[in-house]
Write a protein that binds this ligand. Structure first.
Ligand code: PXP
Length: 260
């Protein structure tokens, strides 16, 4: 299974001080040496971590394919068309969110998305849509003619954390529920089943399937077991572990979890 390493959090650390280091560019050779298959970066509209100069130099200098995540705004699509990464993953963005909280609204936004996808594909950039695992979103993605979809695994990761870590059972994503372990186990099984069925459907219709968000060394195994998912994009947990074990080891360890 392919591993895209999202290196945004290296820039998060730099931007916390507005200094020059750590420079995400320095991560490229380490990611490659450790066996990463792709570099993933998110150029957010508010530039809270990656800056335009980072995106430019990473795309120009990376020997691994670069997957640029960005919003569907005209500004971002124009930047992507100029920088020409290997792939663009279109993601929803809200300025007030801490991280990408859900998938793209693919069903209501067809004309705007079509236009963005057309522009990117005209530059021979592969396009992926970051979507919630729902049948409507998969169908809409097929209609939109993209090469890839990436399932948002945040719900899976949150349920897993509620079951197997100290995270409060009344985590903000499901605030009104005080959930028993039995119910949480069923919810986790249902979410995995949903991801499995939808990835199979998507693959049958010719889409390539990625997944990501909230995946870590503990919760990744059940996602790896879904054969139709070809690639995972993982950021926060790899960079977090790298503080203790180093980036190279954090990637090597995660890549080992992705072996099938
Ligand atoms: N994939 C996409 C499209 C993302 O936007 C992100 C970051 O939210 C990730 C993967 C990686 O998520 P994480 O940092 O939680 O591993």
């Amino acid at each position: 299974m392919l591993l895209g390493v999202n290196i945004d959090h290296i820039a998060v650390l730099r931007e916390a001080r507005k200094v020059a280091d750590p420079d995400p560019l320095d991560a490229l050779s380490i990611c490659k040496r450790a066996g990463a298959d792709q570099i993933t970066i998110h150029l957010r509209e508010d530039r809270r971590h990656m800056q335009d100069s980072d995106a430019k130099s990473i795309i120009a200098l990376s020997s691994l394919p670069v997957n640029l995540e960005c919003a569907t705004s005209l500004e971002m699509i124009d930047i992507a068309c100029t920088l020409k990464p290997h792939r663009v993953t279109l993601v929803p963005e809200k300025r007030e969110e801490v991280t990408t909280e859900g998938g793209l609204a693919v069903t209501g936004e067809q004309p705007k998305l079509k236009e963005a996808i057309k522009k990117l594909q005209a530059q021979e950039i592969e396009v992926s849509l970051f979507i919630d695992p729902s049948l409507d979103a998969v169908k809409a993605s097929i209609d939109l003619g993209v090469e890839w979809i990436e399932f948002h695994t945040g719900k899976y990761a949150n349920i897993y954390a509620m079951l197997y870590t100290n995270l409060s059972k009344t985590h903000h994503t499901i605030p009104e529920l005080d959930l028993s372990r039995k119910i949480l186990k069923q919810m986790l099984a249902d979410e995995l089943c949903n991801l499995r069925l939808l990835s199979c459907d998507a693959l049958e219709f010719g889409l390539r399937v990625a997944a990501g968000h909230g995946l870590n060394m503990q919760n990744v195994a059940d996602i790896v077991a879904i054969e139709s998912i070809e690639e995972l994009n993982i950021g926060q947990s790899i960079v977090a572990r790298s503080v203790y074990v180093g980036l190279e080891h954090a990637i090597i360890d995660m890549k080992a979890k992705l072996l099938r």
